[in-house]
Ligand binder design. Structure first.
Ligand code: GLY
Length: 407
């Protein structure tokens, strides 16, 4: 049995965990990251929509406020990350071209109009347009589409590129390819973690960023798995949308997120996503692939010609109220989990919350008004202590999964 000591131990190496690791390194800490398969949780399936407007749900004002605050941070976050990773500007694929929302039939249009009314209530920008206008923006929109809206403020970034950049930016951290099986406690404070081989890790601060598996390590992080399947297609640029397209087809949501056109005139599109309340198993159901392809081709028929590259199923980490858990939960324990459908959107806000928790070591950046607004939104809507009624002190048994999904 061996042991490691560090200033900050990050449990989970997805986009959220590596963001915490990068921020801790920037604050001058020594950092260990524990993850058996970094980036193979929710990060691996994420489409990368930055969509505080279209993801705003009825009764979920907190998520809309958090998402809007985080979106404002994305351009500066992407720039700082690309610089820290030694990558050229634009490498993480941030695109700010807006989103086209489509309704397949009359009932879907009724639903879309209800959503647009909610946007007005929340002060979020969106406007109904005609199907003809939608086709002028995106010529591949299907002839049967009943209605549309333009959402100027919902964007996208490439989650796998973000994860690769974070891995480079956090390269000075020690990555241990194992899963944490429990946190270790002393005098009511978290002082480290234990892995499956019996190796102990002691740390001044533990950042728990293990996605849906966080609950198995700390009861005060009551996360659950919400598996979703996304598909990767390879399509000709002139037979695929240039902006994010999302819609409903007879009540079923579907989206297509186009990446930049490559020199060969083709592009990758991420099509998603199913959403199930079941255990995390990474198994892709044939019926889910069928339904996603059926629905996306109802909106964008030209995608019939695309090549199917991948079908991936991973679990979103959801909290009981679907808002994330960010910040101090106990002495020595900072949470960065529960991001549900918005892990990539909320990554810069998570970075700001981690910076704040680690003592404002980056007070220069954290003094910017949009960063202050994000930190205040996190404190107001994402304080993990809202679940303090859970039995938080008892060490938990080993998680049932080896994987920590994030984002
Ligand atoms: N953010 C989209 C999804 O979770 O499917």
């Amino acid at each position: 049995m061996s042991s490691h000591a560090c200033d900050v131990l990050v449990v989970g190496g997805g986009v959220i965990g590596l963001t915490a690791a990068w921020r801790a390194l920037e604050a001058g800490a020594s950092v260990v990251v524990l993850d058996p398969s970094p980036g193979d949780g929710a990060t691996h399936a994420a489409a990368g929509m930055l969509a505080p407007v279209m993801e705003a749900g009825f009764g979920e004002e907190a998520q809309a406020r958090l998402g809007t605050a985080s979106l404002a941070l994305w351009p500066a976050f992407a720039e700082a990350l690309e610089r820290a990773a030694g990558l050229p500007a634009g490498a993480v694929g941030l695109e700010t071209a807006g989103t086209l929302a489509l309704a397949y039939d009359g009932d879907d249009l009724v639903e879309l109009r209800r959503t647009l009314a909610l946007h007005r209530e929340l002060g979020l920008a969106s406007a109904e347009i005609t199907p003809a206008e939608a086709r002028r923006r995106e010529p591949g929109v299907g002839a049967r589409v009943a209605g549309a809206a333009w959402v100027p403020g919902d964007h996208q970034v490439d989650p796998r590129a973000v994860h690769a950049a974070l891995a480079a930016a956090a390269a000075r951290a020690t990555l241990v390819p194992r899963a944490a099986v429990s946190l270790t406690w002393a005098d009511g404070a978290v002082v480290g973690a234990l892995d499956g081989t019996g190796t102990t890790y002691t740390a001044g601060t533990v950042v728990l960023a293990a996605g849906h598996a966080s609950a198995s390590l700390y009861a005060g992080a009551p996360t659950r798995a919400v598996p979703g399947t996304t598909l990767r297609l390879d399509a000709a640029a002139d037979r695929s949308p240039a902006v994010v397209v999302r819609g409903t087809v007879q009540g079923r949501p579907v989206y297509a997120v186009p990446r930049r056109v490559r020199p060969d005139g083709r592009r990758e599109l991420v099509v998603g996503a199913t959403s199930d309340e079941r255990d995390d198993d990474h198994l892709t159901r044939a019926g889910d692939v069928f339904a996603l392809l059926r629905d996306v081709r109802a909106l964008l028929p030209e995608l019939d010609d695309a090549v199917l590259l991948e079908a991936v199923t991973r679990s979103r980490p959801a909290s009981p109220d679907n808002a994330p858990l960010l910040g101090w939960a106990a002495d020595g324990l900072c949470l960065a989990t529960g991001h549900y459908r918005n892990g990539i959107l909320l990554t810069p806000l998570t970075a700001a919350a981690v910076d704040e928790a680690l003592g404002g070591a980056l007070s220069g950046a954290n003094g910017r008004p949009e960063v202050r607004a994000a930190v205040e939104a996190a404190a107001r809507y994402a304080d993990p202590r809202r679940f303090a009624d859970a039995d938080t002190t008892a060490p938990r048994t080993a998680p049932t999964t080896e994987r920590g999904g994030t984002a």
